[in-house]
Ligand binder design. Structure first.
Ligand SMILES: C[S@@+](CC[C@H](N)C(=O)[O-])C[C@H]1O[C@@H](n2cnc3c(N)ncnc32)[C@H](O)[C@@H]1O
Length: 239
């Protein structure tokens, strides 16, 4: 039997992924729906994936009922983990994948004040309204794991900066912004001037345990040690 043509092969792969369910179905839906401003199309997640970062966020938050935003919350593990670390928090999850949002909403129902929003940026969030904003494994793309010399076939710095600017503006002065496993650097964005580093130096491994590639403002590959993943604090007017 002759091999199916490319279009047919892609349709078969998609149909199989839709049938399998879980993460593969969510990625297939992203490929079909093509949400606006999508970065990482894969919804991979797990409970307590970043214990160090969650621990620091808990230490940094002093409000009685802190507001926490998980940007790219996927199917809800991160929201439930944040609820366990900070039981008094009022948590918002944002994700662009409609299927992941549907699953997250079901999973957090009855788990306390957690709201899940389908969106691709923070444009509907009130400026300076969150004590902590986390963007973990969102500003990356699995197809960049092989570290091609340029990234714009999959991701563009301009989209990253626009989206990060909105997230950084949603953090209250004195609040924290946590960025991990990004293919770009927060400190290359103008918004980073209003922030100071609390903790950095995190490793970021991609496929096969190789370091995740990082790209500059011009979408050109940088050396992996130039990455700046970390926990940042928004400066107060005095600071
Ligand atoms: C690899 S998952 C990370 C999930 C979770 N943060 C974690 O680290 O376990 C990436 C998620 O980011 C979401 N995402 C990608 N671009 C987005 C955007 N512009 N707005 C909201 N969510 C986005 C994807 O739909 C996916 O669910």
């Amino acid at each position: 039997m002759p091999a199916p043509r490319r279009g047919l092969r892609e349709a078969l792969t998609l149909a199989k992924a839709l049938a399998v369910g879980g993460e593969r179905r969510e990625a297939a839906v992203a490929a079909l729906v093509r949400p606006e401003n999508l970065f990482q199309p894969y919804t991979t997640t797990s409970p307590n994936r970043y214990p160090e970062e969650f621990g620091i966020v808990r230490l940094e938050l002093t409000a009685a009922e802190p507001r926490v935003l998980s940007f790219g919350c996927s199917s809800g593990d991160e929201l439930l983990t944040l609820r366990d670390y900070i039981p008094t928090a009022r948590i918002t999850g944002i994700d662009a994948n409609p299927l992941a949002v549907r699953t997250a909403r079901k999973r957090v129902a009855g788990a306390g004040p957690i709201t899940v929003v389908k969106a691709s940026d923070a444009s509907r969030e009130t400026p300076a309204s969150y004590d902590a904003v986390l963007a973990l494994a969102v500003f990356r793309h699995g197809a960049l794991s092989a570290a091609p010399p340029r990234c714009e076939e999959y991701l563009r710095f301009a989209d990253f900066e626009r989206t990060v600017t909105g997230l950084a503006a949603a953090v209250k002065p004195g609040g924290v912004f946590v960025i991990r496993h990004a293919n770009f650097r927060f400190t290359d964005c103008a918004a980073a001037a209003g922030y100071e580093l609390v903790l950095g130096g995190f490793e970021s491994a991609g496929a096969g345990g190789l370091p995740s590639p990082v790209y500059g403002r011009d979408n050109e590959l940088l050396a992996p040690e130039q990455r700046d993943d970390g926990v940042y604090r928004r400066l107060t007017a005095a600071g």
